[in-house]
Each structure stands twice: as structure tokens, then as C-alpha cells.
Design a protein around this ligand. Sequence first.
Ligand SMILES: Nc1ncnc2c1ncn2[C@@H]1O[C@H](COP(=O)(O)OP(=O)(O)O)[C@@H](O)[C@H]1O
Ligand SMILES: [Mg+2]
Length: 368
Amino acid sequence: MTNEFSGVLQPGATIGVLGGGQLGRMLAVAAARLGFHTMIYDPGRNCPAAQVANRHIATPWDDNEALDDFANACDVVTYEFENVPAETTERIAVAVPVCPGTKALAVAQDRLMEKSFVRGLGIATAPFGQVDDEASLRAALADPMTANGAILKTRRLGYDGKGQLRLKAGDDAVAAWAEMAGAPCILEGFVDFELEISVVAARGRNGSFRAFDPAHNIHRDGILRTSIVPAPVSADIAEEAKRIARMIMDGLDYCGVMGVECFVTRDDEVLVNEIAPRVHNSGHWTEAACLISQFEQHIRAIAGLPLGDPARHSDCVMENLIGDDVDRVPTLLEDGNCLVHLYGKAETRPGRKMGHVTWLAPPGRQAG
Ligand SMILES: Nc1ncnc2c1ncn2[C@@H]1O[C@H](COP(=O)(O)OP(=O)(O)O)[C@@H](O)[C@H]1O
Ligand SMILES: [Mg+2]
């Protein structure tokens, strides 16, 4: 049984967030600006979101009593990461609406389901095959789709390039399979793309749809480094990417903000790489370059409020502050043309996202 949404949340209502990282933190700030209270569910003490929320429940994911208390105290529940256990959202959904919903979560948690779902809508993806054992890996590696090389990915729990192995046709399937330690996988043909873009878009409860302009994303060591807006693509490709995002969100009867990561090929084809059923790192620039950020847009959608205008008043470049990059903050604060956002993480570690910075430029001029 799931709870159908009705009505619009009034100021003073409580929004629950599963997960207490930086995305939850930014959602809590946006919620507060619209007069809502937030309650964070995250086992980690002093997590980034809890620092700015009204309440924090710091118990394990499988503590059913705590989950029920959380659900009963909230008017709507959302999540800031896609690896929330399915049992958790199903249990919560008995008591209170969960947005974007359990279907989006199930699809986004499993790369095989995700790519199959997207293909089922008639949208292109990288070629892929299911890999459950050494024999299926050997067969997939022999497939013509690996002509440009291949990437073996665990179906579940991968992020920031983790759980992935680059391979080429003829590579030793025994050794590669051993590295995945028995985890079900997919093998994808390597796409020799021109660039990576993402669309961050929102769908309201009534099916309304608003998309921010696509960002050009540059990764380093598997982690998003920089997002540049506008992306250097034609108006047709930008529209096509937004159209694809809408098809996916309509297909999931989605409510909230979603990030859709795409490859643009050298023949101007848009392939979907993955979907994130949440606010997305490549949409952080919206807080600086749009009137309504992706965080406020998500809160509006799940609260049943009208979606905001996603138009951009400036061009911009967003850079993640990863590990020691955060030492640059004093200098960045001297720069009158950028917005710095820190996540309240006590410890700096290599590869850890500590904050981000967005430089603005008048439309048509290069920021950064
Ligand atoms: N099939 C592919 N062809 C070429 N590059 C890929 C492919 N799949 C992933 N990549 C590269 O690896 C990065 C991370 O892969 P992705 O599937 O997005 O996993 P993650 O969940 O770690 O973000 C992508 O942003 C892209 O740069
Ligand atoms: Mg990705």
C-alpha cells in the first residue's frame, strides 16, 4: 500500500529526508526558506544535513521503530541518495507519501533495470549486456559492442566511478570477474563520446515539467570536477536532452528533481548514461545562476507547490572543492564573482566533496 498525495504542504509542515549528506543539507536550507521544517534520517552523527535541519534521527536503516516514528512525524519524505534500501522506503510509504517514489528508486538502483527501462522508452544508451558469471562475461567480451573497449560495472552501489573496470576485447575474463567479487554486473560497450552533459529537471505532482539548461560535465578520477553552463551543444541537442528527461520522468510518474547524465556522440546522438532520482551535483550551479535552485525546485515539487522558472540569468562554471581544494576558500572568498558553498564536513579527505564554487559571467561570456 502506498500513500497517495493530496493537497499542498503548508508552511510549518515537516519534510523528511533519507540521507544526511550535502544534498540533504542543501534541500533542508531550501525547505527552510519556504517555511518548512526538516527531519533528517541518517545513521551518521553530525552529518552535513543534520547541522541545518530541525531534527535528526541517527539510527541504523533497519531500525523499524525509528523508521515508523520518522514516517509518522513527516508530511512527505524524500531521499538524497539512491541507495536507500527498498524495504526502508516501502515501510515509510505505508504511513506517508515518498517522493520521487519507490519505482524511480528501484530503477535507478540497478544499472541493468535502469538501462533496460530507458531503452524500453525508445531512448538510446551505450550497448550493454548482463553479466552474472565468468561465462557470461566471456560471451559479452566477445560481442562486437566491445570494439572500442568496454566497462564492467556492478549493477548496484557504484558511484563516482567505483565498482567499475575498464576492459577490452580479449581481456582475461577470469581475472576481471574475480575483481568484481561475485557482484552481478553489466558490461557496457565503451562510447567514444564528444562530451558529457546532464539535464537536471523537475516534474510536479500534476505532471508539470521544467528543465534547467544542460550542463557540460568534466570528470576526473571518476568524480565530477566541473560543470559548465551553457554546454557547448546546439539548441537542438539541448532540447533533445530535455525531451529525453521528460520521457523518463513521465515514464516513472516521477515527482521531484532528477539528474539525467548523457553522452553526446560525435554524430550528435544523445545517449543516456544514468539517471539519479534526486538533486544532482551537476545542478549545483542553479543556486547561483537561476532565481530558483534545483533544491528549491525539488522542495516545490514534493510539497505540491508550483514549479519555478528554470531560466538562467547568467552563464556559469561550477567547480567541486574536493579534498584539499577546500584550502582555496579564503582566496575564493576574495573573488567578487563567485558563490562558495561548504558542506560542514569536519574532516578533509582525498576524494571527499567538501564544497563547491560557482563563478558567474554575463550570458555569452566565459565564466571562471
Ligand atoms: N559506456 C561508457 N563509455 C564511455 N565512458 C563511460 C561509459 N560508462 C561510464 N563512462 C565514464 O565513466 C563515468 C562514470 O560512470 P557512471 O556510469 O556515470 O557511474 P557513476 O555511478 O560512478 O557516476 C562516466 O561519467 C563516464 O565518464
Ligand atoms: Mg555517473
